[in-house]
Design a protein. Structure first.
Length: 152
């Protein structure tokens, strides 16, 4: 399949498009639409250099098709960096074009370029489409460690 889109690291000029996609991502996870919140959240991540954000875009129109956002962390046992693939979203109109796979490949290349030991992610147990994509890309379900959380 010939790729008709580009994937690149987001710049500050991309934040309005990224925020629209991020708002769609939050709505997918049953949050109410709130572009202002999405925009403020991404701008804060960008200003603080808290994450690495990559966008898939249509070259002619500049329209955002999807994004992946990675957060830095570390493996104490491996004594190396790891990245948390916290957010991956493809606009429904852009699905089935390889956008998600291209974003995953970009995330893998970026993490490897930083010397990371691994990428980790979590998704809803009911999100079978995403789970199938991750597994087809080589992600493995962790059968050793359990995930606990404490809501604050």
């Amino acid at each position: 399949m010939t790729r008709t889109f580009q994937v690149r690291r987001a710049s500050e000029a991309d934040l309005p498009s990224a925020a629209a996609l991020f708002d769609g991502y939050r709505q997918f996870y049953a949050q109410r639409a709130d572009y202002a919140l999405a925009d403020a959240f991404l701008r804060e991540r960008f200003a603080n250099k808290d994450s690495a954000l990559f966008l898939a875009i249509e070259p002619q129109s500049g329209e955002g098709l999807g994004f992946v956002q990675l957060y830095p962390s570390f493996s104490s046992v491996a004594a190396r960096r790891l990245w948390i693939l916290n957010d991956l979203f493809v606009d429904p109109a852009a699905r089935r074009r390889g956008v998600g796979r291209a974003l995953l490949e970009t995330a893998r290349e970026f993490a490897a370029s930083t010397g990371a030991v691994r990428l980790v992610l979590s998704t809803s147990a009911t999100n079978r489409v995403a789970r199938a994509l991750y597994e087809s890309f080589g992600y493995k379900k962790d059968d050793v460690f359990l995930v606990y959380k404490l809501e604050l």
